[in-house]
Design a protein around this ligand. Structure first.
Ligand code: PGA
Length: 253
């Protein structure tokens, strides 16, 4: 089996002005650079991408956008195209539950965004996850595999590194109610990875990083990374504090 390099991604969401973003990067940069064997990724708000890119130049830390539009250009007020993102970023978060719930990221639009990102050479961090209601109805497995199929049906990737999946139970995001690590591992092993294998083929599916996201913090991160199917984390709240994000990154090493 191909060894999967852990990935720790910070999703800053709508937090930090450009000035604050630069101070945060400055604070965490030396510590992050010192962590070996872990890929690190920062996803600041769109307006901070360019100045953060300049700070990260040559530092071995990845940069990602939080969203993009699938059309090449045109009358899409407020949107960013893949080419605009790809000028500065290697990654883009697609289908985050907040965007699905609040901004019209339907399964179809998520598919369009994944396809457009890959075509532009960007690596999508494809977010999937069930709501509390779906979880309580015992429908997590069904929802996760349906979201994966909708996003990835007919999608081609050339290498396993080209795609990252983030499993984020909606009820665990920003709530402090982190999901228990063992059931997460079971879902990833029995549902997510086999669904990926059906879509991408066994070999590529074995190499795709699958992250956990939802109230990951410095105290609980190690328990997730101890799970063989968890290849890192998509971190929201705790990525806004240098010491916390650094501790999570160190826990993955
Ligand atoms: P959280 O957010 O770590 O604040 O729960 C995770 C995410 O939404 O990616």
């Amino acid at each position: 089996m191909m060894a999967r390099v852990p990935l720790i991604a910070g999703n800053w969401k709508m937090n930090k002005t450009v000035g604050e973003a630069l101070r945060l990067v400055d604070e965490m940069l030396p510590g992050l650079q010192a962590v070996q064997g872990v890929e690190k990724l920062l996803c600041p708000p769109a307006i901070a991408i360019m100045p953060v890119a300049a700070m990260l130049e040559g530092k071995g830390i990845g940069l990602g956008a939080q969203n993009l539009h699938w059309e090449k250009d045109g009358a899409y007020t407020g949107e960013l195209s893949t080419a605009m993102v790809a000028e500065f970023c290697q990654y883009v978060i697609v289908g985050h539950s907040e965007r699905r719930a609040l901004f019209g990221d339907s399964d179809l639009n998520v598919h369009r965004k994944v396809t457009a990102a890959l075509a532009a050479g960007l690596k999508p961090v494809l977010c999937i996850g069930e709501t509390l209601e779906q979880n309580e109805a015992g429908r997590a497995a069904e929802v996760l595999s349906a979201q994966l199929r909708a996003a990835l049906e007919g999608v081609q990737i050339n290498s396993a590194e080209a795609l990252v999946v983030a499993y984020e139970p909606v009820w665990a995001i920003g709530t402090g109610k982190a999901a228990s690590p063992e059931p997460i591992n079971t879902l990833l092993r029995n549902v997510v990875r086999p669904t990926l294998a059906g879509l991408l083929g066994q070999e590529l599916a074995e190499g795709v990083r699958v992250l956990y996201g939802g109230s990951v913090n410095a105290a609980n991160a190690g328990e997730y990374f101890a799970q063989p199917e968890v290849d890192g984390a998509l971190v929201g709240g705790a990525s806004l504090k240098a010491a916390d994000f650094l501790a999570i990154t160190q826990a993955a090493a």
